[in-house]
Ligand binder design. Structure first.
Ligand SMILES: [Zn+2]
Length: 238
């Protein structure tokens, strides 16, 4: 009854497939919701949680009433950065931070040879171009990206109510800014400039992430799932 199909959307620098799962119409004209995990390859918990969510949706298992995906076409990409995930690095295979590579007015080539390298040019990376193409083609009404390790809900563009709907479900605090400048970020590109509501779900660190006393305590996939399951559904229902 629930219609979903998996599709290879693009390939990474090292030619790994970047897969997405569409829920709803076979050929959606527009997306209601776009959900993306693992911009940063070392934030493994984000991919685990989004993959777990996809599996539950495909099995028709909802925390609340079933979501009407025909009315809310949804695309979920568990892993945008498969090369970084394979290598255990924040950056992609070209050493670029995929959350600093968007063609925004504030983009600059910066932080070379660091995990925050913005790339040789804006939109230099295939993973970035995929996101730009998806937004142009499907004009999503709202976008959720999943990161770690701050354990907050951050938002860009007209997304405060969207973030608060998720916060109601998870108890994670809503913060307007993550506290440091992020030129060329996805949130600036899609949220601030295109005015698409963008929420960034920052999970706590996963158990395999390096211990950092400045960060919230690490949590297991099960803990993060229990805390965020209804919140993820709320992101689609909102
Ligand atoms: Zn991140």
């Amino acid at each position: 009854m629930l219609s979903s199909h998996r599709q290879i959307l693009a390939h990474s620098v090292q030619h790994r497939p970047i897969e997405g799962v569409f829920f709803g119409p076979q050929q959606p004209e527009r997306l209601n919701t776009l959900i993306v995990g693992v911009f940063h390859g070392d934030e493994t918990i984000s991919g685990e949680l989004v993959t777990h969510f996809v599996e539950h949706l495909q099995a028709g298992q909802f925390a609340q009433d079933p979501i009407d995906f025909m009315a809310r076409p949804t695309l979920i990409i568990p892993v945008l950065n498969p090369d970084g995930l394979a290598a255990g690095t924040r950056v992609n295979a070209n050493g670029v931070d995929l959350n600093r590579n968007y063609p925004t007015p504030d983009w600059v080539e910066d932080n070379r040879d660091t995990p925050y390298y913005s790339g040789a040019a804006a939109a230099s990376e295939p993973e970035t171009r995929l996101m730009i193409e998806l937004i142009a083609r499907y004009q999503p009404q709202k976008i959720l990206t999943v990161h770690s390790p701050y354990k907050v809900l951050n938002f860009d563009g007209p997304a405060r109510a969207f973030a608060e709907a998720m916060s109601q479900a998870s108890g994670y605090a809503v913060v307007e800014s993550i506290g440091y400048p992020t030129p060329g970020s996805f949130g600036t590109y899609a949220g601030v400039i295109r005015q698409i509501p963008v929420v960034t779900l920052e999970l706590p660190p996963g158990l395999d992430e390096p211990f950092d006393p400045e960060m919230p305590p690490a949590e297991s996939l099960e803990q993060v799932w229990v805390a965020n399951r209804t919140s993820l559904e709320a992101a689609i229902r909102f």
